[in-house]
Ligand binder design. Sequence first.
Ligand code: SPV
Ligand code: MG
Length: 307
Amino acid sequence: MTVTLPRAIRADVKRARLREGLASTTPVLTVGAHDALTAKLIENAGFDAVWVSGLGISTMTFAVPDLNIITMTEALDAARRIDAATTLPVIADCDNGYGGFSNVIRTVRDYERAGIAGISIEDNLFPKRNSLYEGDSRRELVETSEQARRLRAAKAAIDPDGLVLIARVEALIAGHGVEAACERADAYVDAGADAILIHSRDKTLAEIEGFLAEWSGVGKVPLVAVPTLYPTFTADDLGAKGFRMVILANQPMRAAVKAMEETLQAMADHRNAAVVDPHIATVDHVFELVGTRETIELEDGIVPEGR
Ligand code: SPV
Ligand code: MG
């Protein structure tokens, strides 16, 4: 028997898996990746899907704020690398489509062609501000009718069975209230969105509960939650409220930042690496995670004994 590496999964298979997940009452439990290895670790830990976090890519790959500074092609490159590293469906955070009407269409078409399973397009005006940033006094949204026009045109520009288009409503984040959020969600569904991501910073969940009580699409259109600021609600709690996807968007990135800061500080304090050795991954584990042995055996034509 020869050594084999994991097979690449076709885009249509990942997309079908994502559509199936969104149709089920158990939410698709999705975790944010900022790079390819993180996607692999998310898969190894048993999650259902990977979110390509705009905050994560901006922070970890470019060390710039999440303010529409990275370009569509930089974000797509990151999404491609992440998608290649996992058999799970990948949902890419495409911010606001990186500009105006034609940028949104180009974004959707390029992600479709790249074989990404799903994307999210939000209604923050370019240049957007990260939704979690508390100090922001200027949050402007694209007019509802214009955002719907963009989504309708984007949907028309791709295969109906192609990537899953999640329309992200930022009305609650921008302080426009539940009624405005419902109007936007209606308009985006009418424009052809496959799912609605309703984002909120309200730690009590009252805003989200208000939306769920008011919106006529609940139970008909898959809803997506990003519970960064209401993390005590489990995926099952959110599933019971009607959410079909729960995105834990940035915890691996924050874990990496903390681990690296602590490791670097300890090495700086002790001026050696022995102090951190028991607390960091072994080199062998790193080799193992990326299939180093299998790749070398395949390259060298080695047939392992007993296999
Ligand atoms: C991201 O991960 O980039 C997101 C989620 O868009 S949030 O940071 O909550 O806006
Ligand atoms: Mg984002």
